[in-house]
Design a protein. Structure first.
Length: 337
């Protein structure tokens, strides 16, 4: 092939790829501007973490408030949404303290931040994130916040992924930047390995105990952690993204039900007996579920026909009943008040 012909082929390839890229961008923009049937109205207003009997979550409905933290009355979750100016990829709050994992599309990992916000959603401290936001939790007292990011890979179903999980004391701003540095007891014996990953923290009420996932050697475990002792102790295998019940006796979590595939089913485990109960939701849930109360859990599932929007669903925590839609185009639910 002559040099001129090679240049012509190269030019045509560039034009084709450029056209394809433009088409994908335009299609994505068109999808983002489409209102899904059943999406509630969204209006800008004042959102406060102290709102009595309120429910907050991240709005995924198309429009200018996409990604914003919004609030609704807890009893009418599909009511019109009040949108704040705070936008996040993940959010959680308790006792007037919130953690917002912020990520700018296309930005470097160093531009991602964990924002600690007060009850009026004002940022009181910011921490750089080492990767892509994944999980976020605040302790019941509001004294601790935790977050998990992906530092390689993009999902827990990927063949290779690495996470980093941090815990911060919101009173002193003392930071534990990497829970992988905590000591580990596996099956009652000290354990060390270069492939340890920790993710999905959930806090108990004592401002010391937490639960999380530990992954190593192709297996995942529910671990019980101590902030003061900087320790992790394995409790049970095949547990991911636990969430502690309000009464502190159970965790809801996703359990891998197909080896080598990204297929999980929600279960609830009694922490006293380690007995587990599969829930009525049989679709694969890749989320850290949230307890609406001691009887009901909520979780995000991909919206039908969408690759970047989730709906919030609920299911009874005792294995009975059936899944029901809580509210469409939403994620990261949390209580207000």
């Amino acid at each position: 092939m002559t040099r001129s012909r090679r240049l012509l082929v190269l030019a045509l390839a560039v034009l084709l790829l450029g056209g394809l890229g433009t088409t994908l961008v335009l299609r994505s923009a068109a999808r983002a501007g489409q209102t899904r049937e059943g999406d509630p109205a969204v209006a800008e207003g004042r959102v406060t973490l102290g709102r009595p009997a309120g429910l907050a979550f991240l709005n995924a409905a198309p429009g200018p408030h996409r990604g914003a933290l919004v609030s609704v009355p807890a009893r009418t979750p599909q009511a019109e949404r009040t949108a704040s100016a705070l936008t996040c990829r993940r959010f959680h709050a308790a006792a007037g303290t919130g953690v917002c994992l912020n990520s700018t599309p296309g930005a470097l990992a160093q531009d991602n931040q964990a924002l600690i916000v007060d009850s009026e959603l004002h940022t009181v401290h910011a921490f750089p994130l080492a990767g892509t936001p994944s999980r976020a939790r605040v302790s019941p007292s509001g004294h601790f916040a935790a977050w998990t990011v992906f530092v390689s890979g993009e999902s827990y179903g990927a063949a290779f992924f690495s996470t980093r999980t941090a815990i911060v004391d919101t009173r002193t701003w003392a930071l534990e930047p990497d829970l992988e540095k905590f000591s580990v007891l596996r099956d009652g014996r000290p354990y060390t390995s270069s492939d340890v990953n920790v993710w999905g923290v959930t806090f108990a009420e004592d401002d010391d105990t937490f639960y999380a996932t530990l992954g190593t050697a192709g297996q995942t475990y529910l671990v019980k952690g101590s902030i003061a002792r900087r320790s992790l102790t394995t409790l049970a295998p095949n547990v991911e993204c636990p969430s502690l019940s309000p009464d502190g006796t159970r965790v809801v979590y996703k359990k891998r039900v197909a080896r080598g595939a990204s297929l999980w089913r929600e279960h609830v485990m009694d922490l006293r007996t380690l007995r587990e109960q599969p829930l009525a939701e049989k679709r694969s849930v890749d989320d850290q579920a949230f307890w609406l109360d001691d009887r009901t859990v909520a979780y995000a599932l991909p919206a039908e026909g969408s690759v970047d929007t989730t709906d919030l669903w609920t299911v009874p925590a005792d294995g009975t009943g059936a899944p029901r839609l809580l509210t469409p185009s939403a994620s990261s639910p949390t209580h207000l008040g």
